[in-house]
Design a protein around this ligand. Structure first.
Ligand SMILES: [Zn+2]
Ligand SMILES: [Zn+2]
Ligand SMILES: [Zn+2]
Length: 276
């Protein structure tokens, strides 16, 4: 199971329009953050989580040229406004692309992307999508996936846990979250990797602040954790110094190959995460 961080930034992206702060003007490429998304390569294909407004740029930057399925967390603009770019993956793969989400998410997608689902002229082409309700347990691209719901302020957001039955490796992607209900906390047990929302140092009404995220990580005890949905309040190198050794900020273009990890042995993140 190979995970590519397509974007690690908050909804504004970093640099943020019109901001001259130290991070927004930083020369460190790890401080340049597109909107949050990952690609997961399983034994049977590649799954995208969310389709950000920068999906085209993210795909070109990371060489992503194949998408077999899409999982949606929720329908805020930073997570779905690149869905039209799936047209290219329709053409490259020669097939429709299933898009999974909650019933509410699928309803939003049909309203926001109305031209895709009604009979109109095709013009430059429309994405060919098959909307499917995300079930609690699914098998997609050879991976066992659990879908569970967390809270983003009052909004329900879908999170996803992946298990690779061929390697026994597991990870979870939990973004846009301010509350993880007790009833779903077990989905974070025994993970090789947890990718978790941390938008800034201070608490936030609809996201985890850094210390809330670190608390969740301390309780769930994944072998390693990456922080995502990062704002310009975080300088990459400084944040690396401030977090425990097995917790790091994600960065755009980062590749994590869970195959290279020894089974269930907690270890330093530098051994666990092969970065590029
Ligand atoms: Zn977001
Ligand atoms: Zn800034
Ligand atoms: Zn959101």
């Amino acid at each position: 199971m190979k995970i590519t961080i397509l974007g690690s930034g908050t909804s504004h992206g970093v640099p943020m329009i019109g901001c001259n702060c130290e991070v927004c003007t930083s020369a460190n490429p790890k401080n340049h953050r597109m909107r949050p998304s990952i690609a997961v390569e399983g034994p049977g294909g590649t799954i995208l989580i969310d389709t950000t407004p920068e999906l085209r740029l993210q795909s070109i930057k990371t060489g992503l040229n194949h998408v077999d399925a899409v999982l949606i967390t929720h329908t805020h603009a930073d997570h779905i406004f690149g869905m039209d770019d799936l047209r290219r993956f329709n053409d490259l793969g020669g097939h429709d692309i299933p898009v999974y989400g909650s019933p509410e998410v699928l309803e939003d997608i049909q309203r926001i992307y109305r031209y895709v689902f009604v009979q109109t002229q095709v013009g430059g082409g429309k994405p060919r999508l098959q909307l499917r309700v995300a079930e609690n347990i699914m098998e997609i691209c050879g991976l066992n996936i659990s879908c569970f719901t967390v809270l983003h302020g009052k909004l329900e957001v879908q999170s996803y846990r992946f298990e690779d039955p061929t390697t026994g490796k597991s990870f979870a992607y939990v973004t846009d979250v301010s509350i993880i209900p007790e009833t779903v906390k077990h989905f974070l047990n025994n993970l090789d990797l947890l990718i978790l929302d941390a938008v800034r140092y201070e608490p936030h009404p609809t996201h985890f602040g850094l210390y809330q995220a670190l608390d969740v990580i301390a309780n769930a005890r994944p072998a390693a954790a990456l922080l995502t949905h990062l704002s310009h309040h975080f300088d990459h190198d400084r944040l690396c110094q401030e977090t425990p050794p097995h917790v790091e900020p994600a960065f755009d273009g980062q590749i994590i190959d869970l195959l290279s990890v020894p089974a269930s042995v907690p270890c330093e993140i530098t051994n666990l995460l092969s970065s590029s």
